[in-house]
Design a protein around this ligand. Structure first.
Ligand SMILES: Nc1ncnc2c1ncn2[C@@H]1O[C@H](COP(=O)(O)OP(=O)(O)O)[C@@H](O)[C@H]1O
Ligand SMILES: [Mg+2]
Length: 268
């Protein structure tokens, strides 16, 4: 019987390397992890290869939301035990399957990575760049806050996606994130914005206009709207069931909203 060829890392090399998107917000609990994971599966549905990296070194939880049990995670990469690609856990069959994608899980439950050094962050960022040629999109799910590690992860991305909600604190925290990024990296492109948990599409667009107006006036850059996702009880139901939304509620308005955001990001 002929030997089956081992898949080589170059098998999925793309015509151009992945667009690396940092999903940030400043504020916690606005849906960064849920949106990152759902966007990754929406890309999978569109036949695009996506890699999600849980960069929340304090309180990683993408694997918990998705109900997967990683054999290796970011701690192994940070400690130099394995390269980033050896720490991948396929979700829903991996990027070759409809709705599937690859995940590099964070290290949850021990706080072991909370004191991550600048060199260790850099090593992860290099791993992300080495993996990029094998994907269409790499999504970095960032921690809340503005600490050095989070900003370093954000700077390694091609584009920043800020998640905002209707809460004023979410707007001020996202604005602070955009401002610090602007100060640190003057050439940065305007942030992309996703409004999450909106009461209606109209309210979501109004919140975006308010945020975009402030960025335009005080930072000299106007963010672009990626989409509005309305509050949908099926999101928390899927998270409680530790099942991706695409499996638990594929017909839900929230998944439809994320699918549209994926289509709009595919055009970048
Ligand atoms: N569109 C939505 N509709 C309803 N609830 C949502 C939505 N997006 C997020 N949530 C809720 O917000 C909680 C926090 O989401 P999460 O992704 O963990 O936030 P973050 O990563 O920003 O801290 C989720 O557990 C979920 O219950
Ligand atoms: Mg999170």
């Amino acid at each position: 019987m002929p030997m089956k060829a081992l898949p080589s890392p170059t098998t999925h090399r793309r015509a151009k390397p992945a667009l690396v998107l940092a999903i940030a917000s400043g504020k916690g609990g606005v849906g960064k992890t849920w949106f990152s994971a759902t966007l990754a599966s929406a890309f999978g549905r569109l036949g695009r290869r996506a890699l999600l990296v849980d960069c929340d070194v304090g309180l990683a939880n993408a694997d918990v939301q998705l109900g997967v049990r990683p054999e290796a995670d970011l701690q192994a990469v940070v400690r130099g035990w394995v390269g980033l690609e050896a720490a991948i856990t396929p979700v829903l069959g991996g990027p070759a399957r409809p709705g599937g994608f690859d995940l590099v899980a964070g290290h949850s439950g021990t706080g072991a990575l909370a004191q991550i050094t600048a060199d260790e962050v850099l090593a992860v960022c290099q791993g992300v760049r080495q993996a990029a040629p094998h994907y269409d999109f790499v999504l970095l799910d960032l921690a809340a806050g503005l600490d050095a590690a989070t900003l370093r992860f954000a700077r390694t991305a091609d584009r920043l996606v800020l998640i905002i909600t209707e809460e004023p604190t979410s707007l001020t925290d996202a604005y602070a994130f955009a401002k610090v990024m602007r100060l640190q990296h003057a050439e940065t492109k305007p942030p992309l914005v996703l409004v999450n948990m909106a009461e209606s599409k109209q309210r979501g667009r109004a919140v975006f206009e308010q945020f975009a107006g402030a960025c335009d006036k005080y930072l000299g850059m106007r963010p672009e709207l990626v989409g509005v996702v309305c509050r949908d009880a099926r999101v928390s139901d899927a998270i409680r069931a530790q099942t991706p939304l695409i499996v638990r509620h594929p017909q839900s308005p929230a998944f439809d909203d994320v699918r549209r955001a994926a289509e709009s990001l595919s055009g970048l």
